[in-house]
Design a protein around this ligand. Structure first.
Ligand code: NAP
Ligand code: 3JN
Length: 339
């Protein structure tokens, strides 16, 4: 493979797609030609890719001729339809949707945790990017699991509206203005008002009364960590924050792990910054995590209710590390080590 690859971005006009373009440019991804793809509604629009001006094309099965790598963020239905067509043209897809995540022939990758799994792209030409809530959690769980083996995780998420796309960001802004002006907000994206509220409802409800978002955290964590004995029970909550998901996480280990040792392990793990000085009011905040690629961890303490337990608070930008950056990092390793 040449030093530089021909790249396509599918879903280039969306909240995640635009962030992908920014990350590709920021990280100086080794790109030769670039195609930006979206629906027919966007065909003909012009977008910047660094200093290049690129006309958006409609995503079709023929889009991938001559393309080496495609990053997808155009929804699960488009991934199911177009990823096999891309691979048939010899193009490897890094997919940001849930469409292929649990397919046993498709690797599900967080580069800080299981980069070697990328080799599995050869089965179907697809590498899946996990759900944002899973990504930031496993970045922090991995060094702790290696040390003391995790048995069970109880997690409550506080998820930003940007996880629901640009329309949801606009809705929170409009509802905040409504409240200031004394108007009653009319919800459109969510079933209830999101401004000044918390909604314990992300994605659809399943037969076991958990939501699909909550069960993604269980299934995806096991696959990424390569350990089906880990149990994850989640409550996923949408909160009126624009960027960054926060998570309250309680972890039960097989062996003892002190908060001091956990701080040391997390402090030297890739992609993590520990901010843990509650006496000085220093702990991870959504505002500090927004617009950067760090997974912030703090409030690390013993969970006194179980024999070997820790509690902590994990925060990361859901659109960057939770989606676009993780996808671009996978593509970087793919190009550097596998193509
Ligand atoms: P968004 O802002 O609504 O953007 C959707 C993108 O998909 C747009 O570029 C849109 O193009 C394109 N698209 C829609 N229908 C299409 C079609 N029929 N053919 C081609 N392109 C089409 O949504 P987003 O927030 O960026 O999220 C996009 C997807 O990323 C989600 O559906 C989800 O699968 C994934 N995602 C993953 C995570 C994660 O946790 N890893 C987080 C957020 C999102 P137009 O502008 O032309 O309509
Ligand atoms: O709600 C969030 O904060 C994350 C949203 C993720 C998402 C949104 C729409 C469709 C996904 C995902 O990545 O799991 C999907 C999907 O592809 O199922």
């Amino acid at each position: 493979m040449a030093d530089r690859v021909n790249l396509a971005v599918a879903g280039a006009t969306g909240a995640v797609g635009r962030q992908m373009i920014e990350c590709l440019v920021e990280r100086d991804f080794p790109v030769n030609e670039v195609k930006l793809l979206a629906s027919s509604r966007s065909a003909g629009k012009q977008l910047d890719f660094g200093d290049r001006k690129i006309i958006v094309e409609e995503l079709t099965r023929e889009s991938f001729q001559g393309v080496d790598v495609a990053v997808f963020s155009a929804g699960a239905a488009r991934s199911l339809e177009f990823a096999p067509a891309a691979w048939a043209s010899g193009c490897v897809v890094v997919d940001n949707s849930s469409a292929w995540r649990m397919d046993p022939d498709v690797p599900l990758v967080v580069p800080e945790v299981n980069p070697a799994d990328i080799a599995g792209y050869r089965n179907k030409g697809i590498i899946a990017n996990p759900n944002c809530s899973t990504i930031q959690m496993v970045v922090a769980l991995k060094p702790l699991h290696d040390e003391a083996k995790i048995r069970r995780v109880v997690v409550s998420t506080y998820q930003a509206v940007s996880g629901s796309g640009q329309k949801a960001i606009d809705e929170l802004r409009a509802q905040n203005e409504d409240l200031v002006a004394g108007r009653r907000p009319a919800p459109k994206v969510y079933p209830h008002q999101i401004a000044a509220n918390c909604l314990p409802h992300i994605d659809v409800f399943l037969e076991n009364d958990y939501t699909k978002e909550e069960m993604k955290m269980h299934h995806e964590t096991r696959k990424i960590m390569g350990d089906d004995s880990i149990q994850v029970t989640a409550t996923a909550v949408r909160v009126p924050v624009y960027y960054s998901h926060s998570e309250a996480v309680n972890i039960e280990f097989e062996r003892d792990l002190s908060p001091e040792k956990a701080r040391e392990l997390l402090g030297s793990a890739p992609g993590i910054k520990v901010v843990d000085d509650p006496g000085q009011n220093r702990y991870p905040l959504a505002l500090d995590a927004a617009h950067n690629d760090v997974t912030w961890v703090g409030r690390i303490r013993r969970d006194y209710t179980v024999p070997h337990g820790l509690a902590m608070w994990i925060v990361s930008d859901n659109i960057r590390k939770g989606a676009a950056t993780n996808t671009v990092q996978i593509a970087e390793v793919l190009v550097r080590d596998y193509l």
